[in-house]
Design a protein. Structure first.
Length: 285
């Protein structure tokens, strides 16, 4: 599933091409995605100008000059890519399989939503702060307001393991399974520690590690996932830079690089709430 860095990469990729452009045509090639399209979706979107493009958690937000915001979630395998069709798409030809929505802009560009598993969604929202999709969401980790104090305040009563806690979208958004393991490694914190048992300096280290990890993933074009494709059609690259994730029984890079131990420890894999966790039991205390 595309996580925060993947979604942010898509937002940055499409923004220069769609911002301040008008949607002249919307073509729906099915009646629904994960949920039905909003009532009169085509009528409400066609003719509207895209005022901006941003992200909240893993949602893509496109405020329109109509006063509504087009909200898109990529689900597990959704992509937003630009395509040029050699023939008129109105003839029902020239589409790729699973091209479910085609937005034609005033300059002729076609932004296509493709989603093989159909877990994505599109919604039209009046208020993105109070709407049920957003009202429960926690802090944005890349904003200045997210720091060690806000993290500690959110976790001081949480007895759950720290890795599980930082993956809770009510605490902080966008720290998926991979990024949680990578952030805890950078902060030298064991994923097994109770969230409320960290010291102030550890909350500080973890907040900084979360920011560093997510920024690195965005810079590299996203992270994982065999299904993830950026708006350019290329895959992300962050999978080549994991410190612990997917490196079970391989040497711990931290210990090997800095000579922490005479015998280099190996990365360990455990399961927490059904998700794989990778960490070094020597470096992460």
């Amino acid at each position: 599933m595309p996580e925060l860095p993947e979604v942010e990469t898509v937002v940055r990729g499409i923004r220069p091409h769609i911002e301040k452009h008008r949607i002249v045509k919307v073509e729906l090639r099915r009646a629904d995605l994960r949920i039905p399209f909003p009532k009169d979706f085509v009528k409400r979107v066609e003719g509207a100008e895209i005022v901006g493009v941003s992200r909240r958690a893993k949602y893509i937000l496109m405020p329109l000059n109509s006063g509504e915001t087009l909200v898109i979630h990529l689900g597990m395998s959704g992509t937003l890519v630009f395509r040029n069709y050699s023939i008129s798409v109105s003839e029902g030809e020239g589409f790729k399989k699973h091209d479910h929505v085609v937005f034609t802009l005033d300059d002729g560009k076609k932004l296509v939503f493709n989603d093989p598993r159909r877990f994505g969604l599109m919604e039209l929202v009046k208020n993105t702060k109070t709407h049920s999709l957003f009202s429960h969401l926690g802090a944005e980790p890349l904003e200045k307001t997210f720091n060690s104090a806000t993290l500690e305040d959110s976790l001081r009563t949480r007895k759950a393991p720290i890795k599980t806690a930082i993956m809770d979208q009510k605490i902080v958004v966008g720290v998926g399974n991979i990024y949680a393991s990578e952030s805890l490694f950078l902060a030298h914190i064991s994923p097994l520690r109770p969230a409320n048992a960290l010291k102030k300096q550890e909350y500080q280290a973890l907040a900084e590690a979360i920011k560093t990890t997510l920024k690195a993933a965005i810079k590299s074009g996203g992270s994982t996932l065999r299904d993830f494709v950026r708006s350019s059609g290329d895959s992300g690259y962050f999978q080549h830079h994991f410190n612990v994730y997917g490196r079970e029984n391989k040497p711990c890079l931290c210990a090997a690089q800095h000579g922490i131990l005479k015998i280099t420890p190996l990365v360990k894999k455990i399961t927490q709430q059904g998700r794989a966790t990778y960490y070094c039991c020597k470096c992460q205390k």
